[in-house]
Write a protein that binds this ligand. Sequence first.
Ligand SMILES: O=C(O)C(=O)[C@@H](O)CO
Ligand SMILES: [Mg+2]
Length: 252
Amino acid sequence: MKFSANLGFLWSDRPYLDRIHAAHKAGFDAVELHWPYDTDAAEIRAALDATGLPCLGLNTDRGDTDRGENGLSALPGREEDARAAIDQALYYAARIGARNVHVMAGFAEGPDAHETFVANLGYACSKAGETGLLIEPLNRYDAPGYFLNTATQGKAVIDAVARPNLKLMFDCYHIQLMQGDLTHRLTDLLPLIGHIQIAAVPDRGAPDHGEIHYPHIFAHLDALGWQTPLGAEYKDPRPTDDTLGWLAAARA
Ligand SMILES: O=C(O)C(=O)[C@@H](O)CO
Ligand SMILES: [Mg+2]
């Protein structure tokens, strides 16, 4: 199994460029970013080229975080802002060679939000070119009021958009908190999944403790033929270099 370092969380005590080199030194196979927009894309690209690490993805801008926004694409009436965020993410992704853009839904509910999300995702699919698009259900404990909460709802949105370049970001941490049954769900949804992330449940630490026995998940994904690096997206109180025993164990 291969692994991607999510540099939104791992080594978050240092600048993005240093995080890429830290991930390389630690033996990760890829990296992924959250919101790298304050860092010059050419510099990120140079660090990726220097390390040989592919970048698996980044997120659309959240909007006005001072007002608590966490994505714009499911917000009725905010289509112009949502599409500007999609354009910005696709442009940045193309410059650094990122494989995917995660289009963030935001805090919204109801049929109008669903329709808005579907329309904005349709726009993103038309503009994405070679870049893949992802949507990610977030759990209700960390993100109460977020539009997209379950893999089941994610599938309904993907079915409604009906475009081959839109897939599900299956974050085992969020799905375990909302629905569980990870083994069957990964099997059933595999054709729709574009990226998989991991963290311990419920504390979102390194994937070496808690409710999810990750050696089983890794073996299961291996048996299913999954090859894309799994995104290590965890927040652990220890310095990142001290949390990587799970990575060594998975490699053994
Ligand atoms: O929180 C997560 O999980 C993510 O993957 C973020 O990129 C989106 O909030
Ligand atoms: Mg995630």
